[in-house]
Write a protein that binds this ligand. Structure first.
Ligand code: 3AM
Length: 169
């Protein structure tokens, strides 16, 4: 199963991100992430055996994470897959990313990306990667729980299912 660790946005923020995705699509084209799939990836784990997936679910389910607040104040793009995102730098998220990967390494996982760019993907396969005409943003994402998410590939993209959430801190 293909798994990743993520933060899921609070309800009101998800609605706001959905509105931004609609605006961005008007300008940039491409495909919107479904509203219920909007997330911040902290660690992409790739293909994981069933047993290891169960161990990870138990680990996530028992382990509170330090809470924090992420300020999203920037639009960005990743050229190659045509991604348009919103995000912002966050030392607290970098620490969380770092500490998760330290523990994941102990589990035997590798594949940590060289640069962690905290972002929420809004569009894929955008035709236009120009975000200058999009509105200024300043959003707050208070986070409390980590999610272990399974990604299923379907004809029209990926579908996500949350397998476990950390206890509320
Ligand atoms: O959070 P976003 O949407 O940027 O692109 C995939 C998605 O990123 C990424 O992991 C997130 C959940 O699927 N992803 C998919 N395959 C990947 C890979 N081989 C990958 N990230 C790194 N390496």
């Amino acid at each position: 199963m293909r798994l990743f660790l993520a933060l899921e946005p609070p309800h009101k923020l998800r609605e706001r991100l959905s509105e931004l995705a609609e605006l961005a699509q008007d300008r940039c084209g491409g495909r919107r992430m479904p509203d219920d799939s909007l997330h911040l990836t902290l660690a992409f784990l790739g293909e994981v055996a069933e047993e290891q997936g169960a161990a990870l679910s138990a680990w996530v389910g028992e382990r509170p994470i330090p809470t924090g607040e992420w300020r999203l104040d920037a639009w960005g793009t990743f050229r190659r897959p045509g991604i348009v995102w919103v995000g912002g730098r966050s030392p607290a998220l970098e620490r969380l990313h770092e500490s998760l990967w330290a523990e994941l390494s102990a589990f035997g996982f590798s594949g940590r990306a060289e640069h962690f760019v905290p972002h929420v993907t809004l569009l894929r396969r955008a035709r236009q990667l120009e975000t200058r005409s999009l509105p200024t943003i300043d959003l707050s994402w208070p986070w409390r729980r980590l999610s272990l998410v399974r990604s299923f590939t379907e004809n029209d993209g990926a579908r996500y299912e949350t397998l476990a959430r950390s206890p509320a801190a």
